[in-house]
Design a protein. Structure first.
Length: 181
């Protein structure tokens, strides 16, 4: 299936979700994540700051912020910078996403775990993003374990893959965990 068709289908499905559906799905996905060895062993974790239509990361970050070192991305031209998370040092940045302030960027290859948003995944970890390639460029430089998180309806049998696309190691949905082999 073409990326444009996947994006359209997922957008339409997300529009039908209630707030309770969104909360229940996020709770289920992040409960699975926090039980995984990759998360338990990780110290430096890059999360995403969720948009309203994505699985919300706010409660999860708040829950673990005292025990894990979280980082968030910040758009810098065509790339993403990685900065430490500090609730008091945030601003509304590109695409109306809250981003961290400061100059204390870190190299992506120093991270232990990267939690990746996407429009869709397949069970092999291939992903369809929003179309700008930010995470593909970031993941091409990463050595960390990469985990995609999604609603169940965001998981497809197969997604279109282009040479620049980067798959994740693991995909977590409310009903399952899929390992990229």
């Amino acid at each position: 299936m073409k990326k444009s068709e996947i994006r359209r289908r997922v957008k339409n499905h997300k529009a039908l979700l209630s707030d309770a559906d969104r909360l229940q799905a996020a709770d289920a996905v992040f409960a699975r994540l926090e039980k995984m060895a990759a998360f338990m062993m990780a110290d430096k974790i890059l999360m995403y700051n969720s948009l309203p239509d994505e699985l919300s990361t706010r409660a999860f970050i708040d829950k673990w912020a005292g025990r894990k070192h979280f980082f968030l991305p910040r758009v810098n031209g065509i790339d993403l910078d990685v900065l430490p998370y500090d609730r008091t040092r945030m601003h509304l940045g590109a695409f109306r996403i809250e981003e961290p302030d400061g100059d204390d960027t870190v190299d992506v290859d120093t991270l232990d775990l990267i939690v990746v948003p996407a429009v869709a995944y397949d069970d092999k970890g291939n992903r369809v993003g929003r179309g700008k390639g930010y995470y593909d460029r970031l993941l091409s430089r990463a050595r960390a374990v990469t985990i995609g998180v999604a609603y169940d309806f965001q998981l497809f049998d197969a997604v279109e893959v282009e040479p620049h696309d980067r798959a994740v190691d693991i995909v977590i949905t409310p009903s399952g965990i899929y390992f990229n082999r």
